[in-house]
Ligand binder design. Sequence first.
Ligand code: ATP
Length: 353
Amino acid sequence: MIEVKNVTKRFGEGEFALTALGDVSLSIPEGSFYTLLGPSGCGKTTLLRLIAGFELPTDGEILLDGENIGYLAPHKRPVNTVFQSYALFPHMSVERNVGFGLEMLKRPKAEIDNTIAEMLELVQLGEFAARRVDQLSGGQQQRVALARALAPRPKVLLLDEPLSALDLKLRKGMQSELKRLQHETGITFVFVTHDQGEALAMSDHIAIMSAGALRQVGTPEEIYTAPTSRFVADFIGDTNIVNAELLAFEGDKAKIRFNDGSPLLVNAADTTLNPGPVHLALRPETIRVVDEADDTALLKGEVIDSTYFGAGSQMLVRLDDGVEVHAQVVVPRPMGSRVGLECDTDMLHILED
Ligand code: ATP
């Protein structure tokens, strides 16, 4: 539904020019919860502001339902934005804040009243309609901001780190609230965050960005279980990155070997890599700890630490090549003991560096 086609955004001129986005293309399906995730400065807010119309692209197109909206003024786009600072009118009542946009659009009074009631119901603030906004908690103010942005029934709602001002508990509550709102309204949500956990918990699709470029797009599960690059594997959680030797490709599988072990077939997003040293991502919860002498042991090393976390323990194993690997286990092996590590080979992915 939203197509970003070869969009470049540069700020400044000459030697001070900065490319915030370099030739970015992505498609955001209608009615989805789509998250732009990446570290500070990677360009996610710039991309959101281009979709909103607060910035114009240096190059490329932004299409909404096939129509180029890249050069339309913000108020001409069927798009609304919720900012990190809620930008509410503090002295006005909740209902006036929610109805403000509709008043500006000169909608009939009866329609405005109905929509305000409906929106306050949706964000569960019906009983606060007459309350001044500066007499509400942070979480309640955030709901008012959401109700106001949803009131004109935009096709697309853009959310720029809307939960970052809330404390952790409120934040978790608002995460499920936002998901519910997206589901109930069917409006496309484009959500910006630098918080991996938040992105995994809420999104239908995640686009991971770094340095003005897209690194990987997929469902939370795809991004988590099959990162294609070292950057994504590192950014998305406590992944282990281990060394191996790429021997050859067999169809879309890669034949690799750990140290002097037997060859095995694993996944690779890029089948044009040259044979030689490669890195693989290995999630701590996919590892099984076995005896060193066990035939199924893929990697071998020594237990150097173990941390109890309630539901199990996190063991730290120093592999024979010096790389340290976390493994999640129910019963940890004693410190200093030699162990073997195994996992299902379809959980192993070669990473682009
Ligand atoms: P954060 O999570 O910190 O908000 P971000 O991923 O949203 O970061 P952007 O705000 O999109 O990143 O910024 C991308 C790059 O563009 C940064 O290097 C930033 O300094 C630069 N930039 C953004 N807006 C402008 C502007 N108006 N003028 C000049 N440079 C800008």
